[in-house]
Design a binder for this molecule. Structure first.
Ligand code: XIL
Length: 301
C-alpha cells in the first residue's frame, strides 16, 4: 500500500490516529487524516468531563462530529475512555462510595448506549494500575469505591453495546514488569470468571527515559495468549531522524509478529498536534510533511 491505513489493511489491521475535533477545520490536518488513516480515537471528546459536564446531563456534540467524519470516510472508531481517574467532571469530586460507583456506571451505560454500533473498541477502563513495583491498583476515587469497580464497568459496557470490543488500556505496561504483570493477572482472572474483556491497549508513549522495551513483542504475545486482542493505542516516540524511524519500525514489527495485535494508533498527526509539551514524537512534521519515521513505519507495514 501507499498509505499507512491501506498498508495496515493489507495485513488485516487498522492504522489510526488520535483526532482533536476542533482541528477538523484545518485542511492540512484533514488532508493527512483522510489520506493516511483508517481508524480514529477522540483525543479528548469522549472523556467523562466532555460527555457528562453536569451529572446525568450528556453532551455528545463533539464526539458525534468525529463519528460522523469517521463514518463518511470509512474509518473505524476507538472509543476513549469510559472510566478513568483523570479528566473527570468537577461534580464527581463531591461523590464517593456507592454514589460515585453508581455515577460511574450510569456514565458508562449512557455513553456506550449512545455510541452503540458505532465503536470498534472501547477503552472501558484507563490507567487503573500503579506505577513502580507494587503491582497494586492506583489509588483513585474510583478505586476507593471497591476493588470490583473495573469488572463492574466492563459488565455495564457489555450490556450497553454488545458489539464493541471492550479494552483495558494503560501505559508503562508495554514491557514485562510489575505493572504489566498485575494487568496480566487481572485479564487472566477476568477470562477465568467470565468478566467481559476483549482487548488490552498498550499506550506506548516512548522517550529516552521510557524507550521501546526489548521484550515488547513478547509482552504483546503473552497477553494475546490469554485470548484477547492487543492494540497499540497511543503511540508516540520522542526523537528524530534514523533513531526515531528505527523505533517506529520496531513497534510496527512487534505488532505484525503477534497475530492478535490488530491495530496501531498514533497519538496525533503532526508533531505540533502532540500532547507532549516539547519534542517531535509523531510521523509528520509541523508543516504536515512526512518524516523519516513515516517512511520507516510505512515500509514496515
Ligand atoms: C491527553 C490529551 O492528548 C491531551 O490533549 C489532554 O490535555 C490530556 O490527555 N493517556 C491517555 C490520553 O489515555 O487520554 C491522554 O491524552 C494522554 C495519556
Amino acid at each position: 500500500g501507499t498509505t499507512l491505513g491501506a498498508s495496515a489493511a493489507e495485513k488485516g489491521r487498522y492504522f489510526g490516529t488520535a483526532v482533536a475535533v476542533n482541528k477538523l477545520s484545518d485542511s492540512v490536518y484533514v488532508g493527512i487524516l483522510n489520506r493516511e488513516f483508517n481508524s480514529v480515537t477522540a483525543e479528548n471528546e469522549m472523556k467523562w468531563d466532555a460527555t457528562e459536564p453536569n451529572q446525568n446531563s450528556f453532551n455528545y456534540t463533539n464526539g458525534d462530529r468525529l463519528v460522523s467524519h469517521a463514518q463518511a470516510n470509512g474509518m473505524k472508531v476507538r472509543g476513549h475512555a469510559l472510566a478513568w481517574h483523570q479528566q473527570q467532571p468537577g461534580w464527581t469530586s463531591s461523590l464517593s462510595g456507592t454514589a460515585l460507583r453508581n455515577a460511574m456506571l450510569n456514565h458508562v451505560t449512557n455513553v456506550a448506549t449512545h455510541y452503540r454500533g458505532k465503536i470498534d473498541s472501547w477503552d472501558v477502563v484507563n490507567e487503573a494500575f500503579a506505577d513502580g513495583n507494587s503491582g497494586a491498583r492506583r489509588d483513585s476515587n474510583l478505586q476507593r469505591t471497591g476493588n470490583d469497580w473495573i469488572e463492574a464497568a466492563f459488565r455495564a459496557a457489555r450490556a450497553a453495546d454488545p458489539g464493541a470490543k471492550l479494552c483495558y488500556n494503560d501505559y508503562n505496561t508495554d514491557g514485562q514488569n510489575a505493572k504489566s504483570n498485575a494487568v496480566y493477572a487481572m485479564v487472566q482472572d477476568f477470562k477465568a470468571r467470565g468478566v467481559p474483556i476483549d482487548c488490552v491497549g498498550f499506550q506506548s508513549h516512548f522517550n529516552a527515559q521510557s524507550p521501546v522495551p526489548g521484550d515488547y513483542r513478547a509482552n504483546l504475545a503473552r497477553f494475546a495468549a490469554l485470548g484477547v486482542d492487543v492494540q497499540i493505542t497511543e503511540l508516540d516516540i520522542e526523537g528524530s531522524g534514523t533513531a526515531q524511524a528505527n523505533n517506529f519500525a520496531t513497534v510496527v514489527n512487534a505488532c505484525l509478529a503477534v497475530a492478535r495485535c490488530n491495530g496501531i494508533t498514533v497519538w496525533g498527526i503532526r508533531d505540533s498536534d502532540s500532547w507532549r509539551a516539547s519534542g517531535t514524537p509523531l510521523l509528520f512534521d509541523s508543516s504536515g510533511n512526512k518524516k523519516a519515521a513515516y517512511t520507516s513505519t510505512l515500509n514496515a507495514l
